[in-house]
Ligand binder design. Structure first.
Ligand code: PLP
Length: 412
């Protein structure tokens, strides 16, 4: 006999856990024969298995020293290698006082949020945004506000107006090839963000999982790299190996002013005591061997070709029915159906025709603001032929939907 669950007195942010609409699409995405542009995963066939194996073999020779509890802020070898990598992106930092290794950039955001925010505080995130980022902010109990974001990134004037009104302690953006919009904030607008950070004394937190995946156009330095004088004290930078090496490594890092970084390390001690020293040493070895420098251009080229294929196939198969701007990097297209049909209504038809995408509305923290016609499509995991076939299927699904044809798929 099963017992009814007691009335647990859950903490406020956990009382009504949100469903994960993206995860609920996974069974369809994984169904053999289906083409999925739904996930935010990097391409599995592009992982450098050989290179990682070679790095792991070298570390195996000194395995004993990697199995102990280790520095909470990360292995010195990796901190120094990540500081060098971050410097190549234009951001110079001290690996001992400003940089800390984290369990992906997701943990980095959770740590910064936890040390800065509590109930009664205000934080702003761009909208649409990655739902797990919004959750990391919400779990602090702070009030989460959203500012609209579009093809050029966050609306700076709207942010200025909102910051003057609510005095946030933190503002979070993905400045390069955002998830879901694929948008990049220009250098000028990054400078304006820094001005606002100083003016209103908030931390500007840039989450940068995708910046290194640029396959077209000119790179723009991280926001913190553009900060001069006091502004640098308000700029935090987060990044990760998830999209360039492999997400299961769970290796990311934060670069923050020493006082912020010190508290994040304390919060990590309470979280997981440290990221695995073994995995950190493998990543450090991989970087030291120069394998990363060779690997990233390979994935950039592959993603660039896939991105072109998606743009081409969308034009061919959906021509004037869909509007999008082609990203210069990252993994995502943010496209908009321009007829009467919205992205949720189309989805069961798309799945029935064997293609899966994510309706844009799931990326809005405030459902009232959601653009119901938007959809996120990733070009990362499918090859060019699959992308062409997927977009052709989407075109046929749209025709079936417009014709009001019966559809067998029922989504929650
Ligand atoms: C904007 C953004 N931040 C963070 C993450 C999580 O990255 P990590 O695997 O480094 O925790 C993702 C992954 O999709 C993402 O899109």
């Amino acid at each position: 006999m099963s017992l009814a669950a007691p009335n647990y007195a859950f903490a406020a942010p956990f009382q009504n856990p949100p469903a994960s609409p993206i995860r609920s699409l996974m069974p369809y995405a994984l169904q053999p024969g289906n083409i999925s542009v739904a996930g935010g995963y990097p391409a599995q066939e592009l992982f450098d298995v050989e290179g990682l194996n070679a790095a792991a073999e070298q570390v195996a020779g000194r395995l004993g020293s990697c199995l102990q509890y280790s520095n909470i802020d990360g292995q010195a070898s990796l901190r120094h290698a990540l500081a060098a990598l971050t410097a190549e992106r234009g951001l110079i930092c001290d690996p001992d006082t400003e940089l800390g290794v984290t369990g992906g950039s997701q943990q980095a955001l959770a740590l910064v949020s936890r040390v800065m925010l509590q109930p009664g505080d205000h934080v702003i995130i761009e909208s649409p945004a990655f739902p797990n980022s919004v959750q990391a902010l919400r779990y602090t109990g702070a009030t989460v506000h959203t500012v609209p974001s579009g093809p050029d990134g966050v609306d700076i004037d709207a942010l200025d107006e909102m910051a003057a009104r609510i005095r946030p302690k933190m503002v979070c953006v993905v400045a390069s090839f955002s998830n879901p919009c694929g948008a990049t904030i220009s250098r000028e607008r990054r400078l304006r963000l820094l001005e606002l950070a100083v003016k209103y004394q908030f931390l500007i937190v840039e989450d940068d999982p995708y910046g290194e995946l640029r396959f077209a156009g000119e790179s723009v330095p991280p926001i913190a790299a553009l900060a001069e004088g006091e502004a640098r004290q308000w700029a935090v930078y987060l990044s990760t190996m998830s999209k360039t090496m492999a997400p299961s490594l769970r290796i990311g890092w934060l670069v923050a002013p020493p006082e912020v970084r010190r508290r994040c390390v304390g919060a990590k001690a309470a979280d997981d005591m440290a990221s695995s020293a073994w995995i950190q040493e493998i990543v450090a070895q991989y970087l030291a061997d120069g394998r990363y420098t060779k690997h990233v251009p390979r994935i950039r080229a592959a993603y660039g070709a896939r991105c072109d294929a998606m743009a081409r196939s969308l034009r061919e198969s959906l021509s004037d029915r869909i509007v999008f701007s082609q990203p210069e990097g990252g993994m995502f297209f943010w496209a908009r159906l321009n007829g009467d049909i919205d992205a949720t209504r189309l989805l069961p038809y798309a799945i029935e025709h064997g293609v899966v995408y994510v309706p844009g509305k799931v990326f809005y923290a405030d459902p009232e603001q959601a653009d119901l016609h938007a959809m996120r499509m990733s070009f990362a995991t499918m090859n060019e032929a699959q992308i062409a076939e997927g977009m052709a299927r989407l075109g046929r699904a749209l025709q079936a939907c417009e014709a009001n044809a019966p559809v067998s798929i029922t989504l929650p």
